[in-house]
Design a protein around this ligand. Structure first.
Ligand SMILES: *Cc1c(COP(=O)(O)O)cnc(C)c1O
Length: 484
């Protein structure tokens, strides 16, 4: 039974060499069939395509069709039905097109399947992870030779760990999280999961925490506090004033966790690095290499100034890190995650950095940010569009001017976005920002540029689609002025 062939061991590479071209051929055909950034027709069309391919019955097949056929059919379906971040018009989220070198490394990692919960399942993978995470930690904390980092599933888990470390640093006393109104939703969720009080939410201006408001909030907290600052907000890419925030935390004796899930890898860019000044004063830092870093999900990291700062994660399980094994010199991996079985995600991150270097990654980050500036300039000079503000990183926030002429501007903006999505011609993000009267939320459109090879001309075409859609929808809106 060739379906029963293994990926590893004797003959594994040869069998993979047969199957991978089948999958890749089907993938290429599916991408060509899609033609745009996302399948046209919305959820109903996608569900119908799955049913037509015989995969939508909700019953597990009792008999198989064989490896080649299953791979070919479903790889084609996946490619044709994906929102593809390698298409420049797929620009809604912090959803990057992965580098080929990383995906190739992931095939090897999957075939060998090291599991990062004990040394006897991952001898060299664990050493590689150690070396790689130390390098990441030193990127965040250049003046702390003992800095360390652990691999996570992403910013959500890193923020959870940041708050967990703060909780464990003050045993027996409830720690109060304090974050900006710009903070990622996972901060409040982490507080909830950890049994901490709900975060004190500090007001922002231009999507950045107001230091005076933070000072007031810290003064009002009774007991220990952990401040969560953001370096690259989800809505606009704004970077909180980290040096001021770090100084306020020091003065108040509060811990500081910086959520740099989006902006962290800008540390690799010589032009951008200074925007993250103050990051090294944090007690912990969250970074995501599945954003700037061009890794497939998941590729999260949590860095801390000292290995000992991560000691709260230590745990004993006799079958994974028995004391006598540890005393005999087997590294204890279990305390490097809150997970047990864990993929060697650091392997493809390490391969990527070995291939490109921090200079290569930094150049890609800077290219995306430079393109975002150029796209923002296009928006600013377009008579049909309004720019929110110059981008802090690679996020361009804008609105069709036509929205302001209608009684329900936010519904109109939301409708333009959905029309492009359902047509399969553009995947654009949305951001509710306090730009209305008295700070009321208003809906904006958002391009999050993570495609390192897309040009300003690609985005000019996407912006023209937005304007054409807005014009058509305004003309169709009841009671709207007639378009000339
Ligand atoms: C993406 C992001 C997160 C969440 O990260 P995941 O990797 O999706 O878990 C948290 N905070 C910020 C600022 C982010 O950009």
């Amino acid at each position: 039974m060739r379906e029963e062939s293994l990926a590893g061991g004797h003959g594994g590479a040869a069998r993979l060499g047969e199957l991978i071209p089948v999958a890749l051929g089907a993938m290429a055909a599916g991408v060509a069939e899609r033609g745009g950034p996302v399948p046209a027709g919305g959820p109903a069309a996608v569900a119908a395509a799955l049913t037509a391919a015989g995969g939508g019955t909700g019953t597990l097949p009792r008999t198989g069709v064989g490896a080649e056929r299953a791979l070919a059919e479903l790889s084609h379906l996946l490619a044709a039905g994906s929102a593809d971040p390698a298409d420049p018009a797929c620009a809604a989220h912090l959803h990057c097109p992965p580098l080929a070198v990383s995906v190739a490394a992931d095939v090897v990692a999957s075939a060998l399947n090291p599991s990062m919960d004990s040394w006897d399942q991952a001898p060299v993978a664990s050493e590689l992870e150690r070396a790689f995470t130390t390098g990441i930690a030193r990127l965040c904390y250049p003046d702390a030779p003992g800095a360390d980092a652990v691999v996570t599933s992403g910013g959500t888990e890193s923020n959870l760990l940041g708050l967990l470390l703060a909780r464990e640093a003050a045993p027996g006393v409830p720690v109060r999280p304090v974050c900006g109104a710009n903070a990622h939703h996972s901060v409040a969720r982490a507080a909830w999961l950890l049994g901490l009080p709900a975060p004190v939410v500090v007001p922002c201006e231009d999507d950045r925490v107001l230091p005076a408001a933070l000072a007031g909030a810290l003064a009002a907290v009774d007991g220990p506090a952990v401040v969560v600052a953001t370096a690259g907000t989800t809505n606009t890419g704004a970077i909180d004033p980290l040096p001021e925030i770090a100084a306020l935390c020091r003065r108040a004796g509060a811990r500081l966790h910086v959520d740099a899930a989006y902006g962290g890898m800008a540390l690799c860019g010589p032009e951008l690095r200074s925007r993250l000044a103050g990051l090294d004063q944090a007690d912990s830092v969250a970074l995501d290499m599945h954003k700037f870093g061009w890794q497939p999900v998941a590729a999260g990291l949590l860095a801390a100034r000292e290995t000992g700062d991560l000691a709260a994660l230590s745990v004993r399980a006799e079958y994974l890190n028995a004391d006598d094994d540890t005393e005999a010199g087997l590294p204890d991996l279990l305390g490097r995650s809150i997970r047990t079985s864990r993929r060697p995600d650091a392997f493809r991150m390490a391969v990527t950095l070995r291939a490109l270097g921090t200079d290569g990654i930094g150049a890609l980050v800077e290219r995306c940010c430079a393109t975002a500036s150029d796209v923002a300039a296009l928006v600013a000079e377009h008579p049909g569009l309004r720019l929110l503000a110059p981008p802090a990183l690679s996020t361009v926030v804008f609105r069709p001017v036509a929205a302001d002429e209608l009684p329900e501007p936010d519904e109109f903006v939301a409708g333009v976005r959905r029309t492009l999505l359902e047509a399969g011609t553009g995947v654009i993000g949305r951001a509710a920002l306090p730009t209305g009267p008295d700070g009321a939320p208003r809906l904006w459109l958002k391009l999050t540029l993570l495609h390192p090879h897309a040009t300003v001309e690609d985005y000019r075409a996407l912006l023209e689609k937005v304007v054409a859609t807005a014009d058509a929808e305004r003309a169709a809106a009841p009671g709207s002025p007639v378009v000339s």
